[in-house]
Design a protein around this ligand. Structure first.
Ligand code: PNW
Length: 501
């Protein structure tokens, strides 16, 4: 159903890149197989009591490590153009640095060549939060500058091996989560190497962001200048469309602060000075590390396109005690962005239909993504010439809430989300003139949703966790039919004629 009349007959160009997404730790399982080293995410569910909502682990999850050929064959059958996935650092370098694990390498050789053989374009993220545990033990991982050399060493190995076959590179997934998802939280509690970071979480978070940026810039400059790679490279950004809670100047300033602390923090690629935004420098003072001029010059322009993981929309308002008082008080609960956000609109209604309990942050706000794409490319980062929606998606309730497989597969709330988001992404392109060049739905199938565990279901396919069969949901066909309708592949289909599993 096209709610936007101008897009009814719109056609996408052949090079519009679309597909489904995953991440190594969330789908692979096989956590101790074939020479893999432990990552921080292997440890968290086992050692940090009650850290995972349903006490599940990622030990097996969707079993993609062993089922990747089945998974790729399904993508091919469904006519999906590209697959966005990540590589597990600790599979290639079990200790983060040092010796290479040939079995881990052989696995990704096979995964990638199988995708290519099936005509599915690999879109590869080098790091999606599964930091090798050894790097915590030796130097505190992302709180130490040592991580830069180790990440660069890993990234070069992977890029040199696979660049020929890969269509798009992402150095990092959502460095905005440099707090707990990269690292385990609270710092120092489960990972002793964090002890001794005086200002606690906030300081560790901005150190982590800093070394992430330096590592990204090194890899980007090496890739294009030394290695002479030609594929587009960027990093994935987690940010959402933010609306002021009122027309007051203080609430409008709160919107700017949220944008600065999400997109701006990692926006050196697109700013003239290649530095942090002024709002961060002013509030964070000595918590925020400083770049040298050489580093700023390397960071500036170090992305070939913008990649936004835009799931929802929020309202932002000034904190109760005002932005100035909050910004100067490091123990204020709203420090440092000093701009609380909410999914409740000023008139008291929720901003959209909400997601499952495992993703309480996620409300369906399709018109938000259209405004956001316009805002990023025209207002916030005018240097951006093309933009990809590198993730969008919606969680439905856990299977325990359903009686039958049919009910699980009939995921109408997600179908509506997928259709409405795609309509609005297309409208941004053909009506508003935003150069959106791709869209990826999260997720290929149900998987381990970090601290929400296996019970939070983001998949466009269902995975039976007993026999590991996969089953396309209604939302998968909604997704495919969109691309079929708009002239860019995608098989027509319904649950009824999906006989394979
Ligand atoms: C992404 N938000 O994280 C991640 O890249 C995935 O690994 C994850 O499974 C997926 O989204 C679903 O959560 C996000 O609060 C987490 O706006 C939170 C937000 C956005 C993305």
């Amino acid at each position: 159903p096209a709610y936007i009349p101008e897009i009814a007959d719109a056609k996408l160009p052949d090079d519009f890149l679309w597909g489904v997404a995953s991440a190594a730790f969330q789908v692979e399982g096989a956590v101790n197989a074939e020479g893999k080293g432990p990552s921080v995410w292997d440890l968290i569910p086992h050692r940090w009591t009650n850290s995972i909502m349903d006490n599940s682990t990622g030990d097996v999850t969707s079993n993609n490590y062993y089922y990747y050929k089945v998974d790729n064959a399904r993508l091919q059958t469904l006519g999906i153009k590209a697959y966005s996935f990540s590589i597990g650092w600790a599979r290639i370098f079990p200790f983060g640095s040092g010796p290479v694990n040939p079995q881990g390498v052989a696995h990704y050789d096979d995964l990638i060549s199988d995708l290519v053989a099936r005509g599915i374009k690999p879109v590869v993220t080098l790091f999606h939060w599964d930091t090798p545990l050894a790097l915590f033990n030796s130097y505190g991982a992302w709180t130490s500058e040592n991580i830069v050399a180790d990440y660069v060493n890993y990234a070069k190995y992977v890029i040199e091996r696979y660049d020929k076959y890969v269509d798009v590179w992402y150095t990092f997934n959502e460095p905005q989560y440099c707090n707990w998802r990269f690292s385990g939280y609270p710092f120092g509690t489960i990972l002793p190497s964090y002890n001794g970071i005086g200002t606690g979480g906030v300081k560790a978070r901005f150190l982590c962001g800093h070394y992430t940026l330096l590592a990204h810039a090194e890899v980007y400059n090496w890739y294009h200048k030394v290695f002479k790679g030609k594929k587009p490279m960027s990093m994935k950004t987690s940010a959402n469309w933010i609306i002021a809670n009122s027309s007051s100047a203080a609430d409008k300033a709160a919107v700017e602060r949220v944008n600065d602390y999400n997109m701006g923090w990692f926006g050196q690629c697109w700013r003239e000075d290649g530095d942090y935004p002024a709002s961060l420098k002013n509030t964070l003072g000595d918590i925020l590390p400083k770049f040298t001029q050489v580093q700023k010059d390397k960071l500036k322009g170090s992305c070939d396109f913008y990649a936004i993981d835009g799931y929802t929309t929020y309202y932002a308002s000034a904190p109760p005690n005002g932005i100035a008082a909050c910004s100067s008080n490091r123990s204020d609960p709203n420090f440092p962005d000093c701009a609380p956000t909410t999914s409740v609109s000023p008139d008291g209604f929720p901003i959209g239909p909400n997601s499952d309990a495992g993703a309480t942050w996620l409300y369906s706000t399709p018109t938000g993504i259209r405004k956001f794409l316009n805002f990023i490319t025209k207002d916030y980062f005018p240097a951006v010439k093309s933009i990809v929606v590198s993730e969008f998606g919606f969680a439905e309730p856990a299977e325990a809430s359903f009686n039958t497989l049919e009910q699980i597969l009939w995921d109408l709330r997600r179908s509506d989300y997928i259709q409405s988001f795609l309509d609005n992404i297309l409208a941004a392109r053909v009506v508003d003139g935003v150069n959106v060049t791709g869209a990826f739905a999260w997720a290929i199938y149900d998987n381990f949703e970090w601290n929400s565990g296996l019970g939070t279901k983001f998949g466009l396919q269902y995975v039976n966790l007993t026999d590991y069969t996969r089953h396309p949901k209604a939302s998968m066909f909604q997704f495919l039919n969109f691309f079929k309708q708009h002239g860019n592949g995608g098989k027509e289909g319904t649950i009824a004629n999906a006989t394979f599993s």
